[in-house]
Design a protein around this ligand. Sequence first.
Ligand SMILES: Nc1nc2c(ncn2[C@@H]2O[C@H](COP(=O)(O)OP(=O)(O)O)[C@@H](O)[C@H]2O)c(=O)[nH]1
Ligand SMILES: [Mg+2]
Length: 352
Amino acid sequence: MREGDAVIAVMGMTGSGKSTFISYFCDTAAAGHGLRSVTALVEAHVSRERIRGRRVIFVDTPGFDDTTRSNTEVLREIASWLADTYAHDIKLAGAVYLHGIQMPRVGGSAHTNMRLFRELCGDESMASVALVTTHWSRSSEERVAQQQRHDELVGDDAFWRGMVQRGARAFKHDRGPTSARRIVEYLLGRDADVNGGRGIGLRVQREMAGGATLDRTAVGAAIEARIEAMQAAYESQLGDLRRELDEARRARQVNERKIGEIVEERRALEDRLRDEQRKRHRLRVDLDRLRQERSADLQREAENVRHMLEERITAIIAESPLDLDPRVVRERVQRERGKRRRYEQGQKCFVM
Ligand SMILES: Nc1nc2c(ncn2[C@@H]2O[C@H](COP(=O)(O)OP(=O)(O)O)[C@@H](O)[C@H]2O)c(=O)[nH]1
Ligand SMILES: [Mg+2]
């Protein structure tokens, strides 16, 4: 980081186009290069060129939709990066939220992502937010339906309307680097006009700087509320099972198999309940604690990624037909090595 650098956070679901968006400005960002979904780490990328006279640091973040990682873990990752940089007095020039307009409807997970984004930023940050639809079609027929969906997003209280009313601006990102640049220029312009170029702190950053544990931040509380709802649902299922079990045991002809099944189901539910409880526990961390745990997590994750890439290289060699040109094999292996290098660079970038 240098004096005058502008930091822009890029958020949204997996596949919404975050890495693609960033790759218009930075050489280090590669869309869908396969590791992101595995590592789901925050990555910082530095722009090639200055925009409105400033070097821009784009922050690529994992979405709250990971199949292998709970929202709690994703929040721990995002919040520790945000809180850590804030503690070093690094403010954000703005935040971009990307949403793929090709999706026929806003599903549960897209909805959760939007909601958590809003809690993360806080309504008071909305003047520095760009809400962006991506994945626009080339076919004019599809574009008509997509335009309708875009308008619905912007006009619906359940989606973007509240944020727009508080100063967020909605954009169509349908012209590759041209529309991407317009969005970034807009945010930098806002930063200059509204914040004198000094940037802002998102709500979660201010909350954690004030010593809050994650579960006491707005976004953490929203996640915890969802966990609680899951727990309540599991508890009620458990209640049903207990009644079923009593009945089965009281039945004139005791059906051992049925009882076995119910007991098995009960055990599975109890496991899930414990998982949810663990997730809640993982939210009870302040910044210091998060920092300590994160460095251990990172080390473990780096080991895993290295191991996975080595395994992939071994598999490429082992599975290549004997009559395949060795140059092709070498090329494939080199591609994997490239991923490893990019991953390691990404990790260094994180430190800033
Ligand atoms: N048609 C279209 N495809 C896109 C767009 N943005 C990203 N993609 C593609 O969608 C996939 C996921 O994009 P990526 O940038 O990796 O998404 P991320 O998970 O949010 O980082 C990639 O295959 C991209 O090439 C877009 O605006 N339009
Ligand atoms: Mg990505």
